[in-house]
Design a protein around this ligand. Sequence first.
Ligand code: BGC
Length: 746
Amino acid sequence: MKRLVGALLGAALTMPCATGAQSRETPAAAVPAARPWMNQRLSPGERADLLVAAMTLDEKVAMLHGPMAMPLSPRMPMPPGAVGSAGYIAGNARLGIPALQETDASLGVTNPMMVRGAKDMSTALPSGLALAATFNPDIAFAGGRMIGGEARAKGLNILLAGGANLARDPRNGRNFEYVGEDPLLAGVLAGESVRGIESTGTVSTVKHYALNGQEHNRNTVDSVIGEQAMRESDLLAFQIAIERGRPGSVMCSYNLVNGQHACQNDMLLNTVLKRDWRYPGFVMSDWGAVPSLDAFNAGLDQQSGEQLDPQVWFDKPLKQAVAAGTISAARVDDSVRRILYAMFAAGLFDASPASPAIDFAANADVALREAEQAIVLLDNRKRLLPLARTAGRIAVIGGHAEAGVPSGMGSSQITNPYRSGPVPPISVPLGGEGMMAMWNNVVFHPDPPLAALRAKLPDAQIRFDTGMSPEAAAAAARDADVAIVFAYQPSGEGEDVPDMALPIGQDALIEAVAAANPNTIVVLETGNPVRMPWADKVGAVVQAWYGGAKGGEAIARVLTGELNPSGRLPITWPVDESQLPRPAIPGWTAGPKDPVKVDYTIEGADIGYRWFARRGAVPRYWFGHGLSYTSFDYANLAVLGGKALSASVDVTNTGSTAGEEVAQLYLSERPTGPARRLLAFSKVALMPGETKRVTLKVDPRLLADFDVAGHGWKIAAGRYTVAIGRDAGNLANQAAVKLPAQKLLP
Ligand code: BGC
């Protein structure tokens, strides 16, 4: 991959600028007199069937593979017709099939290697983990809709978004792209953002299917886990995301699952996804994740980023296999039909061209709202927040707070040029052992918290210190009423962070500042939970994640009390690595091509808070934790049983500030014994003194076991105890209900 990136860098200068959609011609077949599949009264499936019936084998196979949409080398130029981004599948002029213009879009529409030119801008949302911290499906939908709209305006129609992998390890370099550790939360939020994207007439993807739980040796790592555990955890997150979002495509991942590559995994693709879940869309490979032609019969439909694989399997070798009878014509038809189905369902055949105009101001508001709802007030032990009006002298220290807010690295990174405006672009190249992310530059989105704080506190004296020297920073802190240290953690695709420590000497910086001024606030801008050896010495800690295009404004609003924080942790925050199922990252010392096994049977489906609950261990902060500038109380919990469990509870804002609370319903006991599972959640806005009754409906699969032998979900008859949780570790307001035995489809 690194060689490839080098080649890309070399080629970027010579790249031709290609726009517009050109199509690959197939001169052998005549232009059809009529195109019955263009009848919009037919269903997407009927239209796909009609079109498949009109296609030649060559035309079908042309849809099953495609190159990257970037110039890789003089011999591999930009594919003609590609708008330019992650990938491209040529259209078909004879049949009127539009080209597939694929772009990464987890956090915004990317422009890798500035392939669409240096002026192409996109709105950057906060990280996926930040989205998960909002606990707000509406925010997820709005973000997806925003990204889908920007993609359409740029002529891109297949969005490689919808990351739904569960956070099994707080060192995973890519957790920032995903939506936390819980299958319900991740499934709902990934699903809603996918639904938002598809509502714009573009196809969305969920990825990386499945069990792509670490980046280290991601091409050779084998995720070992039993079927019941995977169905109840990682697969359930995908299942919920797919049900809610109805993505046109699913991207299979780089890793192996139980010895079989995920993109060549009959169990994951054919049995679970296509048969059990009756998924009608198509499976595309991750870029360079196809080990052989066998992947096709195992359920993979499209070979993407084909130059990265050892061979373009899904072209000539596939046709030869059809001729030899080892791949059936029906299997080819099925794949093509799935791709066409996704295109028809999203409206790709019917849409009129979108206007290239983008309302960046409106889209920045979407990014701001998400960043605001995502910020988690982790600790406020000295009540330093919101900043007192009396805080006349404030020292803002470190984290490039004068420049912007950091981004995660890799294919999801928004690398807007931002050459104009008051803030210069800043990118921090990383180096050092163990940290070799593929695109190893942290880009700082130029919405600096420092400027936002100054604008909101015009009467305060705010001094900035870079934090490069702990001594100088301590001196600045000593001179101030309050010190705010910004600390960041680079993380990104292609490698995990080596450990949970804040890098670049930032722990020492915080210790020095806290020793100089007890009124120290730490603002963390990280991709993951980090160790906090200084936790007892500082007065407040705020988790601001990677905040996106409006991250600085959101942080300043929370610090000054203009906004009451309402984010909750979507991932359990361990004290340190010793509390993890795997204290060391599996294969950390292995060579890059060495096979590595990661044993997920240790925790099975009990990821994050469930692992801690099972062991009776206490993390630094539980999943679901987050403080507010007001207080909330719960009363009158009532639970209804029967076929579907639901609970209602009164939530009251008992403080004097308006705020939002996340009502969290957990399972605490089943007939078979204790269990800790998030059953439902709902974010509710409350004025001071206001009470609202919240109803929480439970997906029955969350009460069930997956019964492998019986091939379905099984709810045991008996008593179920549920509770409202301040977080996953602090349950109160318990109630119990009896449920009958039930079986549910897989
Ligand atoms: C990533 C995918 C991404 C693809 C195309 C891969 O390296 O794993 O998430 O969609 O590249 O850029």
